[in-house]
Unconditional design. Structure first.
Length: 160
């Protein structure tokens, strides 16, 4: 009887452990999905606000003029970074270089792309496009360069 009770106890313990492990796995997957959704939402809202500015016949130029920013770098060359480069090029604002984790794989015509580990030359400002990671990126950049570091979100909000 004691042996039978011990086996039942071990089975119950295994089921409880398996359930706990499964819950942790499901929760972790849910957290990862939630982070991806949050990143998508932030990007969507920025694109939406930027499009509103464009539809009103305006651009981001006022921010750069009002803050006397002529030579800049862009951190992050995903969709937002590429659109920012296109707009700034059309506004005759000098984009000196871009910084991207995938620097070796990113080839944008007319733009030198370097990695964060490369030497960064001084510019008036570095515009950070992955705004959800702005503060951690800002901390890294502040250790490497004296240039002003600005979130793209702040620029879009300023121009809205």
């Amino acid at each position: 009887m004691n042996n039978k009770l011990s086996k039942i106890f071990m089975i119950i313990l295994a089921v409880i452990s398996a359930t706990a492990i499964w819950k942790c796995y499901v929760n972790k997957k849910s957290e990862v999905k939630s982070v991806k959704v949050d990143r998508f939402e932030i990007g969507f809202h920025m694109f939406n606000n930027w499009l509103k500015i464009k539809n009103q016949g305006r651009s981001l130029k006022s921010y750069f003029e009002d803050n006397d920013l002529k030579n800049i770098a862009i951190y992050g060359m995903g969709g937002l970074g590429e659109r920012l480069f296109e707009e700034l090029k059309a506004l005759d604002i000098n984009v000196i270089y871009a910084i991207d984790k995938m620097a070796g794989e990113k080839h944008i015509e007319g733009l030198r792309t370097i990695g964060i580990e490369d030497e960064l030359t001084d510019v008036d400002a570095i515009i950070v496009t992955p705004v959800q990671d702005f503060y951690s990126i800002e901390n890294i950049l502040e250790e490497k360069i004296e240039s002003e570091i600005i979130s793209l979100e702040d620029i879009i909000n300023y121009c809205s």
